[in-house]
Unconditional design. Structure first.
Length: 378
């Protein structure tokens, strides 16, 4: 890999690592509590929840590209990199949760099922996108750059119409203009703000990553600046809506523009220091494992800071100190997850993946045909 390629790869690693940190911030938002009588949970959550569309867009950016392997090998690689870590960490966390007491296979399956439906929802939501990725690639290859741009424009129009009519429906209801409120609701159903379903879906953000990858060479610095400014404005509006209770969808219509802007901003960052590149790359490579661990490490850190009152009763402290301890708790949770992943991934997960790959290679080898001269003579 050339120096320029390494620098660009570090940019995407940085975005992935920052998005993972925002996941921890999102899940820690409930611990901060009111500041000067004003609730903070919704505000902090809205600020940090952009991690969701960014992760899906990043997944699409790396998945929707020309394939260098067969379809079978692509799926086997996803089993190795997505499913194996999932199974390993579910077993480790189940053992930690039960403290090795009262364990049973049925109870483990229930634990695994519940956490997939809850805290680990991202993975079952992403897997169908990854399954479809090779076919999306074929579709993208058949499109010209102009047609890919038009696809992005269609997405933007759908999400803009969704945001507009959702807001108008609330606004007219607020002022008790029932006819116009009903008209806005009708428009939401008449022009569904999604390619697949009536509500915005994470598939669109996955698709957005492939669109950005294709269009990136054509985005000038001036266009990039405008994209970033639009994304920042959408982020501010989204947070404003969340703070004042104006209805928003989940996922939010504004996230499409925020995720696209995040990728545009990432493309402009240059990190040349080798030490920084290595640190960022290391954290980014552990991001999936951190995601699987962060609920547990956050609960552990929260118990130290809040439940056990190791630093006193934080809820009774002045706002600046409460914010400081809250940030410290997040850092402890994130670094603890990173530390555990830095041990488990290379020393447990990697050998399992190597074993899986060897088994796949062994069973995938075609059986040697019997040489003609080795056949028994009649």
């Amino acid at each position: 890999m050339s120096k320029q390629q390494a620098t660009r790869a570090t940019n995407w690693d940085l975005l992935r690592a920052l998005a993972m940190f925002l996941v921890v911030v999102t899940h820690a938002s409930g611990y901060l509590g009111p500041i000067h009588g004003q609730g903070t949970h919704g505000l902090v959550s809205a600020l940090a929840l952009i991690c969701d569309p960014i992760f899906f867009a990043l997944s699409g950016y790396f998945a929707i590209k020309p394939m260098r392997r067969s379809l079978k090998n692509y799926y086997l690689n996803k089993v190795c990199t997505i499913i194996l870590p999932l199974i390993l960490y579910s077993i480790l966390l189940y053992c930690y949760t039960t403290r090795l007491h009262g364990m049973s296979l049925g109870d483990y399956f229930l634990y695994f099922s519940n956490i997939l439906a809850g805290g680990w929802w991202f993975i079952p939501a992403l897997i169908p996108c990854l399954v479809a990725a090779p076919f999306i690639v074929k579709g993208f290859e058949a499109l010209s750059d102009k047609q890919v741009f038009m696809l992005g424009a269609v997405l933007a129009v759908l999400f803009c119409s969704g945001a507009l009519f959702t807001y108008l429906s609330w606004l007219f209801s607020y002022f008790q203009i029932e006819t116009l409120s009903n008209l806005s609701s009708l428009m939401l159903n008449l022009v569904p703000p999604s390619l697949l379903v009536r509500a915005p879906a994470y598939f669109e953000f996955f698709l957005l990553g492939g669109i950005y990858r294709r269009l990136a060479p054509h985005i000038t610095k001036k266009m990039s600046t405008r994209i970033i400014l639009i994304g920042l404005a959408c982020w501010a509006i989204d947070v404003y809506f969340a703070f004042y209770g104006i209805p928003r969808q989940d996922p939010s219509f504004f996230w499409l523009f925020i995720a696209f802007a995040a990728m545009a901003l990432c493309d402009r960052i240059r990190i040349n220091a080798p030490a920084a590149q290595k640190a960022i790359s290391w954290a980014a490579q552990r991001s999936y494992s951190i995601y699987l661990l962060q609920y547990t490490t956050l609960a552990f850190a929260a118990a130290i800071f809040y439940d056990q009152s190791a630093f006193g009763v934080i809820a009774d402290m002045a706002a600046p100190l409460r914010i400081l301890f809250w940030i410290a708790m997040i850092l402890v949770a994130y670094l603890l997850a990173l530390g555990i992943a830095s041990i488990v991934d290379p020393f447990v997960l990697k050998p399992l993946q190597n074993l899986f790959n060897k088994a796949v290679a062994k069973f995938s080898q075609p059986k040697d045909s019997v040489p003609q001269n080795s056949l028994p003579k009649e």
